[in-house]
Design a protein around this ligand. Structure first.
Ligand code: G3P
Ligand code: MG
Length: 242
């Protein structure tokens, strides 16, 4: 019998906005997820060269836009000129956050710092999250692979919830989560076992799994007690998947 912890957020979340069905990390992707009934969305936030938090996954714009260059070396004015699959643009975190609140969609904001900008990114994202979601019904959860970014986030906005993002679950997960004041462990579903799930829940932490794209695996993970699944397969693992 899986243990339960407090998880007031949605149980199924669209990865990078609209999963595989829309250009990643765009406003259009967030709109698509919401139009399909998704109540939660994950997206990645990095700092542009002028310090503007922008929604993008890679440290360069090469893969996802019609431009070339490194995000931390470009201003937001430059980034905003680029096209993503035709008519989408790189959104600011501010715009993505506003859209989520307008649509009533919960945000799992992944702090995705460019190398060397970990602390500054964590601080900037957390500061903006605290200001933007002030008074909103559901706070975002800020997650990151970077413990430095999470420490920065905690220092400026301790009240905005944090998630510790990992690929493999490290032996010292407890200590790190306690030190960073995290509420959830966000891990690759491949590294979760039923025993580990019970241990994580036993310590009072929620479990968020990425990226679960097969309904059969999703069912198994929910049976382990996972609180939230992040998916690219919006058409096969819908918002109400059980
Ligand atoms: O937050 C879960 C997931 O997004 C982490 O991996 O590379 O897709 O950002 P990635
Ligand atoms: Mg991500």
């Amino acid at each position: 019998m899986a243990l339960r912890v407090n998880w007031p957020y949605p149980g199924i979340v669209a990865h990078r906005g609209g999963g595989a069905l829309a250009p990643e990390n765009t406003l259009g992707a967030i709109r698509l997820g919401a139009s399909m009934g998704f109540k939660g969305v994950e997206f990645d936030v990095m700092l542009a060269g002028d310090g503007t938090p922008v929604v993008i996954h890679d440290e360069t714009v090469d893969r996802t836009t019609n431009g070339r260059g490194a995000v931390p070396e470009m201003s937001y004015a430059e980034l905003s000129q680029l096209s993503i699959e035709g008519n989408e643009r790189i959104p600011t975190f501010e715009d993505a956050g506003r859209l989520c609140r307008e649509l009533g969609v919960w945000a799992n904001v992944e702090i995705k710092p460019a190398k060397g900008h970990e602390r500054a990114t964590g601080e900037a994202v957390a500061r903006m999250a605290r200001e933007q979601w002030l008074g909103a019904p559901l706070a975002p959860v800020l997650s990151s692979f970077s413990v430095e970014a999470l420490a920065g986030a905690r220092s400026v906005a301790p009240g905005v919830p944090r998630g510790y993002l990992v690929d493999r679950i490290p032996a010292d997960w407890r200590e790190t989560m306690r030190r960073l004041g995290c509420i959830a462990l966000h891990c690759n579903y491949k590294s979760l076992t039923e025993k580990l799930a019970d241990e994580i829940h036993g310590d009072g932490y929620a479990i968020v799994l990425w990226t679960v794209n097969e309904p059969e695996i999703a069912r198994q993970m929910l049976a382990f007690g996972a609180d939230c699944l992040v998916t690219d397969a919006l058409d096969r693992i819908g918002a109400d998947f059980r």
